[in-house]
Design a protein around this ligand. Sequence first.
Ligand code: NAD
Ligand code: DAU
Length: 392
Amino acid sequence: MHQQEDGKPRPFCLQWTFAGANSPARIQLVVWLRNFRDMENTILVTGGAGFIGSNFILQRMERASDAIVNLDKLTYAGNLHNLESIANDRRYEFVHADIADRALLRGLLERREPRAIVHFAAESHVDRSIREPDDFIRTNVDGTFALLEEVRAYWNGLAKPHRADFRFLHVSTDEVYGSLGSADLAFSETTAYAPNSPYAASKAASDHFVRAYHHTYGLPVLTTNCSNNYGRFQFPEKLIPLMILNARDGNPLPVYGDGQNVRDWLFVEDHCEAIATVLARGRVGQTYNIGGWNEKRNIDIVETICDIVDEIAGLRGAPCRSLITFVKDRPGHDRRYAMDASKIERELGWRPLETFETGIRKTVSWYLEHEEWVRDVTSGSYRQWIETHYSS
Ligand code: NAD
Ligand code: DAU
């Protein structure tokens, strides 16, 4: 049992045997040092090469002493360049795998004995889910189910104190709640689920499975539902990086429908800090809404980006705003999202630190300064996506 997958004994394993002359019994004390150290400190992150996952790992490695195991399939959205600065850190291990690979998960959990799982891995782009929903079911639903099953078996095998301390944190989205009218109250943790896109439906299904594993099996889960993130490393299929790069290159800025749809924007580092806070102090079985208290219409976001790009990159001909082009709406496009994030503030003391004004400037600057990163992700399949999606 206390062996690695390859059958070798674990390193740093000491066995102390006490056999006092006057003692009627031999007292054997086995101290599994490595077990102890790992159970205290190792976090298994799924999807850690993506936008939010890589920001989370870098932030944790900087601010805490945890060891991090990053399991990622490296789909088009996964990028190991994001994590180059920690690639050789002894506390970090990358595992190239699918969350649906149960045999691999079993071996990994047994070998690394994490004290927590932070589950980011997902297909995350609404437009792709509308075109080809299959992968969303495969990863977000079947993959989460596979992960839950293996984690349940692993957790059942843990010693009692470790079982109590273990956490499975599921990272989810505000999109599970559906769409708000302009006068509606923001989504709270008790708002009924009403997912509208295949992406949102797949995330809602995964949330329900996570909830059921707590209710039925007692697995110590936490779920976070967050609003739209922005910041470095976001794949430029999403609104903000797409607009920054198109503006930089003088390409059309495709705004869906009338541009009046509203999203609640949160700087990615604030989201990562919120996840760490829930992981550390969240109440088991609870869900926490996370948001930026920052509702903006899409058109306002695009115009803000235009103005910052003009300012930083310098006006070349007409102002960037002249590139704004209203295009066919996204089918089933949710009108408004807004998060009531008062529970996490009241119970755990988390609030976003970055203002939108400073966060969006940092983000535009980051994309304009990281040409190599942009070049790497905008070749091949990216070009194909842009051509297919925006030409129809
Ligand atoms: P992303 O698309 O940038 O990254 C997803 C990562 O998961 C990639 O590294 C990808 O390679 C990996 N992955 C995909 N399928 C996998 C599989 N089968 N096995 C292992 N790895 C796999 O996504 P993101 O924007 O960083 O979102 C991360 C999580 O946060 C998702 O669960 C998403 O639903 C949720 N979320 C995102 C936002 C947002 O604004 N981006 C907001 C709220 C919640
Ligand atoms: O709300 C949280 C969700 O935010 C996350 O769960 C998703 O993973 C994430 O992708 C994001 O979903 P959205 O659909 O809100 O994000 P996206 O950046 O794709 O679009 C933001 C808004 O901008 C939305 O109203 C659609 C609009 N849009 C988007 C693109 C790509 C445009 O007008 N033009 C575009 O080209």
